[in-house]
Design a protein around this ligand. Structure first.
Ligand code: CP
Length: 315
């Protein structure tokens, strides 16, 4: 695996899920030797709690040296080729990525979308610039349009609770007061589409995701109908792709409540966190034993370990 930036980088996603499960259930005795004498630099252009700590923990658990840099603070990087750098940008990504590649065996990058420039965001411009100019593998810590480490952890969590039958998995939009990226939802669809799941998507009209991510996934605009018989209810807010980045709907009737969960197949509630209680989901649902949100965060570490292990193999 050259980079880990989307499901398309992974030759066998189901095998990577299995690798994460094996690391969790029976870690090898030589775990620390996997990343011995290797260094990982994690660049955060945007805030994080789970990704930052779980990826750092994953690297340390594999015996790596891990350095975390708040790239969003301090001087700004220039990403445009041929830029005349006479304004606020102090360093070009060509130098920054080249320099960090001398210190690191893997570079992790978290970079959120602008939510104002759809075309540039959907080119995943900043992540792609790092992939172009880094001399070592790039690990996405959530980009403008994808969050593959989250999706891998989500698949691991579903695998641990998979019923005997082919599970029905519903990705449901829920309200939020702020404009949020589409990355988690895009990525969840992308990973679930290659898993053996009965997948569907529900959201208000106007909240369609980018067609390249929806693919053949059925879209049901009636949330309650979509939730009927669901084994897993994956809840996430995203801002619109068409009316790009605008909050157009805060309809509280889309919040996940016990009444909504009552039509599922005793379904499990899932959310990547952070979550706004009693806006996205009611306390009763998230505090119930059917909620998997903390297991998902736990699995972020095992997912990251599996991905990092694959990246180290390629060196
Ligand atoms: N789910 C997730 O990526 O959480 P953080 O934003 O805290 O990293």
């Amino acid at each position: 695996m050259q980079h880990f930036t989307s499901v398309h980088d992974v030759a066998d996603p189901a095998a990577l899920v299995q690798s994460a499960l094996e690391l969790k259930q029976s870690p090898p005795e030589d775990l620390l030797s996997i990343g011995q004498h290797k260094t990982m630099v994690l660049l955060f252009f945007n805030p994080s709690l789970r990704t930052r700590l779980s990826t750092q923990k994953a690297g340390l658990s594999l015996g790596m040296q891990v350095m975390v840099h708040n790239a969003g603070q301090g001087w700004q990087l220039e990403f445009e080729d041929g830029a005349i750098m006479n304004a606020d940008k102090a360093e070009h990504v060509k130098e920054a990525a080249g320099v960090i590649s001398q210190y690191a065996d893997i570079i992790g990058v978290r970079t959120f979308p602008s939510l104002t420039d759809c075309e540039r965001d959907y080119q995943d411009f900043i992540l792609e610039q790092f992939k172009t100019h880094a001399k070592v593998p790039v690990l996405s810590l959530e980009s403008a349009i994808r969050h593959p480490l989250q999706s891998l952890a989500d698949w691991v969590t579903i695998a641990e609770h998979r019923p005997a039958h082919r599970p029905k998995v519903v990705l449901s939009w829920a309200p939020h007061p702020k404009a949020l990226p589409q990355a988690v939802a895009n990525s969840f669809l992308e990973w679930m589409q290659v898993a053996d799941m009965d997948l569907c998507l529900t959201h208000p009209e106007g909240y369609e995701l980018a067609p390249e991510f929806v693919g053949d996934t059925p879209v049901i605009y009636d949330q309650k109908r979509a939730l009927e018989g669901a084994d897993f209810v994956y809840v996430k807010n995203w801002s619109p792709y068409q009316a790009y980045g605008q909050v157009q709907n805060q309809d509280a009737r889309w919040m996940i409540s016990p009444e909504k969960m009552a039509v599922t197949n005793n379904g499990r509630f899932m959310h990547c966190l952070p979550v706004r209680r009693n806006v996205v989901v009611s306390d009763t649902v998230i505090d119930s034993p059917r909620s998997l949100h903390l297991e998902q965060s736990n699995n972020r570490t095992w997912a990251a370990m599996a991905a990092i292990k694959e990246l180290l193999k390629s060196q």
